[in-house]
Write a protein that binds this ligand. Structure first.
Ligand SMILES: [Zn+2]
Length: 358
């Protein structure tokens, strides 16, 4: 067999494995996760009664090359509860089709002319409930996001809503601190209130160099950190920050395509996955914004296999440890681990059968 043929057969084996592996996604923003199909559907829903609107199709959506354009399109087509419901339902279905068995979506509640923040959250929780009713075998949880840029008042309101609504909607499990890392602040005192009320905290941290704030966030000890890019001294962090981070053992959510496309990491080889994995720091692989970065969780795992030489077994282990970082109950986490173990055994059996056959 020629070298090219071996390479392509290895690649397709890798692809199949990553697709079939039962996966856990812990860092997915709803708006950024909307696929071109969903965006097109929402655009046409919005303009259904408007005969003058410009024709919009999937091809046109695919041709949007600027990250900002995709985000602003997603924002403009999710301004009613119906649109937010469809966006959520379709996104969950797409993760399910990629064999994601557990998904944590995150979203900033939005108030506009046709919707209150509460109605926004209700549309999402309803879609989560309806996916469960349609027997999609994927468990879905929601983190309410606090956007740094929107300021203290909005952050306080979002956290109040999360605390109030989690009583009736058990899919609401946590708070996500996100938004432009160069604007606003981390609202640590509000995160304390959320934690005391029983919510888990995932905080975007060190996306850009900001040693003082990164240290404050790490010392607050969120349940998970997003990105953690500028922590290592070679990535515009510092020795002290890196040591504090390693000893904190806070699981970090790594999003490879997102970091490359946003240019916060120069190349895949240089991604902080490498030294964090080698240091055995708890970590998981996530998509961040699968629609904007045209990715899937399977594709992100392929990148990890390709650039960091992880084996199938390494990925199974990685996925099982990811289950333990989920904002789910112990029973749910054990169920996820059992599903992955079941897959792992059937994968071993396939190897044995092939071996016997030979
Ligand atoms: Zn993110």
């Amino acid at each position: 067999m020629s070298a090219t043929k071996i390479k392509s057969s290895n690649e397709s084996k890798m692809k199949n494995f990553c697709h079939n592996l039962p996966k856990i996604e812990l860092h997915a923003h709803l708006n950024g996760s909307l696929s071109c199909q969903t965006l097109t559907k929402l655009f046409n829903m919005k303009h259904a009664r408007d005969t003058n609107h410009e024709n919009f199709d999937v091809e046109k959506c695919n041709s949007l090359t600027e990250i900002f354009d995709v985000f602003s399109l997603a924002y403009s087509v999710t301004e009613t509860p119906e649109a937010v419901y469809t966006a959520t339902y379709d996104t969950i279905k797409e993760f399910y089709e990629d064999n994601v068995i557990y998904l944590e979506l995150r979203s900033t509640p939005r108030a506009c002319e046709k919707m209150t923040k509460k109605e926004y959250i209700l549309a999402i929780t309803q879609a989560i409930k309806d996916c469960k009713k349609s027997n999609l075998s994927i468990k879905v949880k929601l983190l309410i996001s606090v956007n740094r840029k929107q300021g203290f008042k909005a952050a306080k309101e979002n956290i109040r809503l999360a605390i109030e609504m989690k009583q009736e909607h058990d899919c609401i499990v946590g708070i996500d601190l996100s938004g432009d890392p160069t604007k606003g602040e981390a609202f640590i005192e509000l995160l304390h209130i959320a934690r005391t009320a029983g919510l888990k905290i995932a905080a975007h941290c060190a996306e850009v160099p900001n040693e003082v704030e990164s240290m404050d966030i790490i010392k607050f000890k969120p349940d998970r950190l997003g990105h953690g890019t500028c922590i290592h001294p070679l990535s515009n962090g510092s020795e002290e920050l890196y040591e504090t981070f390693l000893s904190s053992k806070i699981p970090v959510e790594l999003c490879l395509s997102s970091n490359i496309m946003c240019k916060t990491v120069p190349t895949y080889d240089a991604h902080h996955f490498k030294y964090l994995y080698e240091s055995k720091h708890p970590l998981c692989i996530c998509t961040d914004d699968k629609g904007v970065f045209n990715t899937t969780l399977s594709k992100e795992l392929i990148l990890v296999m390709k650039y960091f030489n992880l084996s199938e077994n390494d990925l199974i282990k990685l996925m099982k440890s990811t289950a333990s970082y989920a904002f789910a109950s112990c029973i749910e986490k054990n169920e996820l681990i059992e599903i992955i173990d079941g897959f792992s055994k059937s994968a071993e059996n396939t190897v044995k059968v092939t071996k016997n056959f030979k």
